[in-house]
Design a protein around this ligand. Structure first.
Ligand code: AMP
Length: 277
């Protein structure tokens, strides 16, 4: 496991490895079992696996959120020793952005909804960093969690629109024993808020259990209603959409073909989750 800090060094290495398949897992660190599942999938499907750790400032709409974001690189490196990683790309801000990226990325209608609406500029920052990282690491395949479903769809759009030529692969959400989706932000939860946070996945499960007997708006109301039992949880959205178009699903979609998504603040910590229902 070799740590690389310079973008130019990463690229010349990737060029030298051009006869091998490079699998790439971009992360913002504070790693957990969700990240490790992506790494395992990459190393099972590629000759070489590269993991990047970079807390990308351009995707934070709130500077306080960026400052608070957990950073624990030494612990991350220890965790990565337990899986099969060849290179860790650990760049500074200026390695990624030698110049400010002023580009406005066209990412389709999907980018304006939900996370796009609640976090203005967020997906532009995601597109900017992912494009730059792909250009530095030159991967054949890149692995993203479906926990950030909308982000995954936007990266697929970015990859197509800019002909980046990477296989963008979505990986299942990994959850803790009580159902809470692993997230770096869970590390910021107080003990009480960690208890409350289980109601997010419980909401999605409740919506799933009722998905054949209720309309889409009834399901959204059911989810919101359930969460009002926990006034400490501040709901941003609870939505049911078609996972392709992110529009309302047509009435006759089958169970498992719709996506329920939610975002909420538990204490100071904003969490998102989703489930096929
Ligand atoms: P992040 O470090 O939060 O930017 O996440 C890096 C990658 O890990 C993204 O592709 C996330 O979607 C993915 N990821 C985060 N949490 C999970 C999880 N619980 N299960 C699977 N993938 C995840």
């Amino acid at each position: 496991m070799i740590v690389i800090r310079k973008a130019s060094e990463m690229t010349s290495l990737a060029e030298k490895l051009s006869d091998k398949s490079i699998g790439f897992v971009p992360t913002m660190g504070a790693l957990h079992k969700g990240h490790l599942s992506l790494v395992k999938k990459s190393s099972s499907e590629n000759d070489i696996t590269v993991v990047s750790i970079f807390v990308n400032p351009t995707q934070f709409d709130d500077p306080k959120d960026f400052d608070r974001y957990p950073r624990e690189v030494e612990h991350d490196l220890d965790l990565l020793k337990q899986v099969d990683v060849d290179y860790i790309f650990l760049p500074s801000g200026t390695e990624i952005y030698p110049e400010k990226d002023e580009h406005h990325y066209e990412l389709g209608e999907i980018s304006l909804k939900m996370e796009g609406a609640f976090r203005p500029g967020h997906f532009n920052g995601v597109a900017s960093v992912v494009k730059r990282l792909f250009e530095i690491v030159l991967p054949k395949r890149a692995y993203f969690g479906l926990k950030d479903f909308q982000q995954f769809r936007i990266i697929q759009n970015l990859n197509t629109n800019f002909n980046l030529g990477v296989d963008v692969i979505g990986c299942e959400t990994i959850r803790d024993e009580d159902g809470l989706a692993f997230s770096s932000r869970n590390k910021l939860l107080s003990k009480e808020d960690r208890e409350l946070a289980i109601h997010l996945s419980k909401t999605l499960r409740l919506m799933s259990e009722n998905s054949t007997s209720m309309s889409h708006s009834e399901l959204e109301n059911l989810g919101k209603q359930y969460l009002t039992n926990y006034p400490e949880i501040e709901i941003e959205y609870v939505k049911v959409v078609d996972p392709e178009s992110f529009e309302r699903p047509s009435r006759n979609t089958r169970k498992g073909d719709r996506l329920a998504l939610l975002a909420a603040k538990v204490g100071r910590v904003r969490l998102i989750d989703n489930m096929k229902i």
